[in-house]
Design a protein around this ligand. Sequence first.
Ligand code: G
Ligand code: G
Ligand code: NA
Ligand code: MN
Length: 256
Amino acid sequence: LALEADLRNAFVRGEIEPFYQPIVNLKTGAVAGFEALVRWRHPQRGLVPPDDFLTLADEMGLMNELGLLMMTQAARQLAEWLHRHPSAGKLFCSVNLSVGEIERDHLVEDVARIIQETGLPRGALKLEVTEGDIMRDTAHAAEVLAKLREAGASLALDDFGTGFSSLSYLARLPFDTLKIDRYFVLTMNKDEGSAKIVKSVVNLGRDLSLEVVAEGVENAELAGLLLDASCHYGQGFGYAPALPAQEAEVYLNESL
Ligand code: G
Ligand code: G
Ligand code: NA
Ligand code: MN
């Protein structure tokens, strides 16, 4: 396949890069952090979204390389932003860990090195995992997550509510952040059940001293409902989609 040959070269040619979606304090509108989301700037096809190449990257055994690139670039970018925008406070940037990365050798050493080299404060580099990804080998995942946190990363449980045994993981694993899956958020203005689930998840997160992020905040009405539910942070197209680094910095600056 043409795309396969292109993807192999894309890393070497620097065509793979993170975009940054703002995660906003629902009360103040200030940017609290970003989620780094991978993009491929293909010379002919233009911007290729992850859904069009992550499966291929996985089949080609490129996910570890992709994850390392994302963590390295996001950490460097965040260090720059922290330097240029001291009023941004405890700004963080999260990167998605794929399932194979949790199980790979040297992940913890790589994360520790990246944090050390960039001089990021503890917790500023956040790693997102989904329930499904830690379910494959929970004992091992628990060990890796604890070591990542020791190495100075913070941890988010992504897509909360879509997997199984969520509650036992939440209590046992050292998460800092809970991300409510966008399905519940998107339907909370139409479906009383969704609204109640969001409210209970926010309360659960608060009781467990977790920061709660609602995904899929597509408009002001949803932001208002989330604020009423005492949710801390929102992420979604109502604020901004994932943006190229320069545009993300403009958004950050204007939000402060
Ligand atoms: O950014 P977008 O909404 O198009 O992302 C689509 C999917 O790709 C999301 O579910 C997201 O979790 C996944 N994704 C985006 N960037 C990364 C990345 O850097 N690493 C991994 N493992 N998944 C990513
Ligand atoms: O949880 P996950 O890593 O899959 O989330 C990232 C994905 O969610 C990205 O593909 C991003 O484009 C998408 N996304 C971000 N904000 C919104 C939103 O407000 N609405 C919808 N439908 N998708 C969103
Ligand atoms: Na994510
Ligand atoms: Mn998610």
